[in-house]
Design a protein around this ligand. Sequence first.
Ligand code: DSN
Length: 413
Amino acid sequence: MTTADLPMSLLHRHDAEVAALLQREDERQSATLTLIASENHCSPAVREASVSRITDKYAEGYPGKRYYGGCEVADAVENLARRRALQLFAGAEEANVQPHSGTTANLAALLALAGANGRIVGMALKAGGHLSHGHDKSHTGVVFHPKQYGVDDKGLIDLDEVRAVCKEHQPKVLIAGGSSYARNLDYAAFAAIAKEVGALLLADIAHPSGLVAAGVVPSPIGHADVVTMTTHKTLRGPRGGMILARKDIAKQINSAVFPGAQGGPLVQQIAAKAVAFGEALQPAFRQYQLRVKENAAHLAACLLDAGLDIVTGGTDNHIVMVDLRKTDVTGADAEARALAAGLSVNKNAVPGDPRPPMVTSGLRLGTAAVTTRGFGKAEIARIAAVIVGLVRGEDPAKSRLVVRELCERFPLP
Ligand code: DSN
């Protein structure tokens, strides 16, 4: 089902202007290949749940303890989502499915564990971390007292540096995870460092959460005190966040989500999370995640073979970070050319990038969305050839034909 189907015709009669915009977005996504590492295409069932009537319901609080009447269905929905989350992430003790996003999940977890002005240590954004890991323009850099670690000259996390920063800064919370880091993290080693300095470990698996759920990359569960994530990237659910925590800190986490960081939960999104978790519990989900990883490894190999540089020389997950510093194009140029060819990508700083964030010297690619459309290695090789051609200055119009043919052959779910 697409937005062109029944619900759209109703919207079209009611508000043609908005309907036309949504129709345009539907067409844009259909005719574009999404290689943005943080995006995916959720199922029609997830989309249906996220526009359900329960969107009208206020349910501040938690199941059984709400500040509003009439929450019996909201309670059941939230409990179902929590139960499925715990099934999916085996070994996790408690799940909070209310965070509106990965950033609010991180804010809440840090509020609970570090407190206002508490010391935190996370990976710098420009090294592959995330804004909400203590960047000075994020509330996590304002409300807390952060210090950050980077990566070595190969683009890899240097655990000796992490330990040194922690010893100097004595954080209450050490954060492991990033938004453009293509390698597995050694969660046991992070946990050992946290223990050494008396900190708690927060693992942010916003990007690889689907791969973790399917057991195809290492899991932080059992090592980290708290795990935050988004539900819309590799996990292929609706837009939103989630927190898994040890039982003994779950109460603090819950209070930090509501009323600490948010008001009423988006119950329709929680229903859609429950649907997505149900899908992720099916055997086909593991096969999908294996293909996501295989496709990313193949994309990296094809680009390397063609002479492009890849940060860390490859990937362990769904992300491929192209380092354009040896070419004559910037990340912004490459992004514009790719868009003209019908590839949706994002420019991204590479470690040690001399260029500003709106220009950059890198391109971040991800294989979750095209794998959802059904791509295998043959299609990935064609896309790699398109990217190489674009970087070398080929006319995007030529590539547009290849992209259009692939989009038609592999429609959106
Ligand atoms: N989630 C980030 C990304 O990786 O694109 C943006 O905050």
